[in-house]
Ligand binder design. Structure first.
Ligand SMILES: [Zn+2]
Length: 367
């Protein structure tokens, strides 16, 4: 490997619980690949990278005091925003043109690029996420991209596109804030944010972290100066959306992937099985009234109240409003105050001290 697959921007002192990523930051390819048989001029175009996206990412990371992971190599080499088994991972054609250096890329060549350039990039993102999690932070992931003003004679009307899948807690307020600031906003335009195993699917959805992908029209960020100015404009809008989203929490919107050797199952059956396991957990907790919430918290970082809150948050995602007590009653089987009266014992000094220690280092699932 002649160079690292990614560039990590680390702030001297982290000031925000955000991780920026930029999959299509670069139009370079490692020397051994030459120009992949293309003319030099094509590397200045969108087929090679997202014009302006890297500058916007760097400017935002600096403004926030947040880390950023940027790709070092062009998407022409390998597309970091695709699943490892996606047929467009190594593109043989782009905009109808054959890419000579990719045309004959066989399984071994693709595996080599995965190993040298793709996996290290995603490992770097995963590493940053675990670093933040170890700090007790639930990070928000913001992925920066850019799109061409015209595609196949269609003049794209949007200034900014917001791409998202099932988790709209940041995407929705961000679209509203962008619109209020006077931007024409594409809701899952010009692309859809629902590609399975793309970068946000793996690191955002897969970890239950709040996330969003922002696409900026390239004519607005065509020069480094314009990109920096655009980032300056974007920052208060992102601030507004983050404030509206509220404190980030872990929230899963997808079923866990099936494990190796598990029988194939449709989505509905899988959801029913997951619900059955949840119901059994709730039934179990209802019989084990001897187990105190504070002990659950101290041992595992969650308790009955957390389960109720997760239920309420999942309902809110579907537009169903429940208040805290209503949701918690689903877990307790009675109003929480009633359960407390019947079963909650006075916490010992030891339990309280353990709770203090746990809550200063652990943020999993808590508000
Ligand atoms: Zn892109």
């Amino acid at each position: 490997m002649d160079e690292a697959a990614y560039e990590l921007v680390s702030p001297p002192a982290r000031k925000a619980d955000i991780l920026f990523v930029c999959d299509h930051a670069s139009n370079r390819v490692p020397e051994a690949y030459g120009t992949l048989g293309l003319e030099e001029g094509q590397f200045a175009a969108h087929i090679a990278y997202d014009i302006g996206a890297a500058q916007v990412t760097r400017a935002l990371a600096a403004a926030y005091g947040a880390p950023a992971v940027l790709a070092k190599w062009s998407r022409l080499l390998i597309d970091l925003n695709r699943g490892a088994d996606d047929p467009t991972l190594v593109m043989k054609l782009s905009d109808g043109r054959i890419i000579p250096g990719n045309r004959d890329a066989d399984g071994a060549e693709v595996e080599k690029r995965l190993e040298l350039y793709y996996r290290p990039y995603h490992a770097a993102i995963a590493e940053e996420i675990s670093r933040l999690r170890e700090d007790g932070v639930v990070p928000t992931i913001i992925s920066m991209h850019s799109f061409t003003p015209v595609w196949k004679d269609f003049k794209r009307p949007w200034h900014v596109g917001v791409l998202w899948d099932k988790d709209g807690r940041l995407a929705r307020p961000l679209m509203a804030a962008l619109a209020r600031a006077g931007f024409t906003v594409g809701d899952n335009e010009p692309y859809k944010g629902e590609l399975e195993n793309d970068c946000m699917y793996v690191h955002g959805t897969g970890n239950g972290l709040p996330h969003v992908l922002i696409e900026i029209r390239q004519d607005l960020i065509a020069t480094p100066q314009a990109a920096t100015a655009f980032a300056r404009q974007l920052k208060p809008i992102i601030d507004e959306a983050l404030a509206q989203m509220g404190p980030p929490a872990i929230r899963y919107t997808r079923s866990l992937p099936a494990s190796e050797g598990a029988p194939p199952m449709d989505e509905k059956t899988r959801t029913e099985l997951e619900a059955a396991a949840f119901r059994r957990l709730v039934a179990h907790l209802r019989t084990r009234t001897d187990v105190q919430n504070i002990d659950l918290m101290n041992l595992a970082g969650f308790c009955r109240n957390c389960l109720g809150d997760w239920y309420r948050e999942a309902a809110a995602e579907k537009g169903i409003a429940l208040d805290k007590d209503q949701a918690r009653e689903i877990v307790y089987g009675m109003p929480p105050a009633e359960w407390k009266k019947r079963y909650q014992t006075e916490a010992s000094a030891e339990q309280k001290a353990a709770f203090e220690r746990a809550s200063s280092s652990e943020a999993v699932g808590k508000k």
